[in-house]
Design a protein around this ligand. Structure first.
Ligand SMILES: [Zn+2]
Ligand SMILES: [Zn+2]
Length: 134
């Protein structure tokens, strides 16, 4: 017979819920400042999450995301990927290369495949390399 109710009562603070992973853990799983009532520096994340450094840091856009946003502004429009056949914004095809056209005009050349397909191809290549080496 399943019981969803956690063991209530007892000494109260035996378990704490980690604010980062949401798991209920014994206080030993948290850094000792929690136990030090004078300092009270406990931040609410368990040792595992604190070690990961993701507990309190707000998520910042990665370099990759910032670059993509810049490309969205710079290169409006979309394109169909030759690999997955999906129409995606030009920003999802990576940084275009500039090619000189006749008459002194500069043309932008985007990859025929979207970034997702490019990285898929790269990963497949690496996987093959690992298999070959083993
Ligand atoms: Zn945690
Ligand atoms: Zn694709």
């Amino acid at each position: 017979m399943p019981t969803s109710e956690p063991a209530a009562g007892g000494d109260g603070e035996a378990m704490r819920v980690c604010t980062a992973c949401g798991q209920e853990k014994p206080i030993e799983a948290f850094f000792s400042p929690y136990l030090d009532k004078r300092r009270r520096k406990w931040k609410g994340a368990c040792k595992v999450c604190s070690a990961k450094g993701q507990a309190t840091r707000p998520k910042e856009p990665s370099k990759y995301e910032l670059a993509r946003e810049r490309r969205l502004r710079d290169y409006p429009g979309s394109k169909v990927c030759t690999d997955c056949g999906e129409e995606k914004p030009l920003a999802d095809f990576g940084q275009p290369s500039r090619r000189d056209k006749a008459g002194g005009r500069i043309g932008l050349v985007f990859s025929p495949r979207c970034l997702a397909c490019q990285s898929k191809a790269t990963m497949a290549r690496q996987a093959r390399k690992v298999e070959g080496a083993a």
